[in-house]
Design a protein around this ligand. Structure first.
Ligand SMILES: [Zn+2]
Length: 252
């Protein structure tokens, strides 16, 4: 097993040579920002089973108050989180031209807030909510404010129907971003840098099969480890800044 330093050099080499590289990120990149990973053992699993029952379009439609009381405290926690060194390092890799963009399973918006420009959010995001009837969008902060003021569910100011967060619920198809990026990857992807995803949530996880080379940085093993050129089981916030430094050293 090669040492961490050699692995970092290898990843930097792959990034430097790749014509089109993408990053694919999951909950693990945001745990260092204080956001719980629902699919990790412990507290996560409990939260997950609770949420999977509640965060569905049926519950939203039939029991909106139950939906909002389960979802809102958690979503508010997500919306208040700050980017960490891993998010900033990926933004830097894009700025330097070593990754084309980021595909994320996260809804927290931390990549954009760290400065990333091209981000495909396959599970939606927390910047807006929309009316279930007329489709008009509202800032997510407005949904939060209504909720805090006791308007549960929050209502559309235009037509009075219920507002929903623009996140993909457990029983819903993925966001448009998924299909857009799927087509892009089909056009050619030399390298996929997976960060903080256990690659168990489909169909998003299946995107890695469209890349020629795979690099995985995740604390736990994934089903794709054997296919990966490099696997690092360390914290992304510690490893990614080192990869940026190594890439800089290699650049002329
Ligand atoms: Zn409306």
């Amino acid at each position: 097993m090669p040492g961490l330093e050699a692995q970092i050099q290898e990843i930097a080499g792959l990034l430097t040579k790749a014509r089109t590289a993408f990053a694919l990120t999951g909950a693990g990149i945001s745990t260092e920002s204080g956001i719980p990973d629902f699919r990790s053992p412990g507290k996560g699993l409990w939260v997950s089973t609770q949420l999977m029952d509640v965060l569905t379009s049926e519950v939203l439609q039939n029991e909106p108050e139950r939906f909002y009381k389960a979802a809102m405290p958690l979503l508010a926690e997500f919306a208040a989180a700050e980017p960490n060194p891993a998010h900033r390092a990926l933004a830097e890799l894009e700025r330097l031209g070593h990754i084309y963009g980021i595909i994320t399973q996260n809804i927290d918006g931390l990549h954009q807030r760290a400065g990333s420009q091209r981000v495909w959010e396959v599970h939606g995001h927390l910047r807006t909510g929309s009316c279930v009837c007329c489709g008009r969008k509202q800032p997510f902060a407005r949904l939060q404010k209504s909720y805090e003021e006791g308007e549960i569910p929050p209502r559309c100011p235009a037509c009075g129907h219920m507002l929903r967060p623009d996140v993909v619920m457990f029983n819903e198809p993925l966001a448009r971003d998924f299909f857009d990026v799927h087509d892009l990857l089909y056009g050619g992807c030399d390298l996929m840098l997976v960060v903080g995803s256990s690659l168990t949530v489909y169909p998003a996880a299946g995107l890695v099969t469209l890349a020629r080379d795979l690099v995985i940085i995740n604390l736990q093993p994934t089903p794709y480890d054997e296919q990966a050129r490099v696997v690092i089981r360390e914290k992304a916030g510690e490893v990614l800044p080192k990869i940026v430094a190594a890439v800089r050293d290699m650049s002329p």
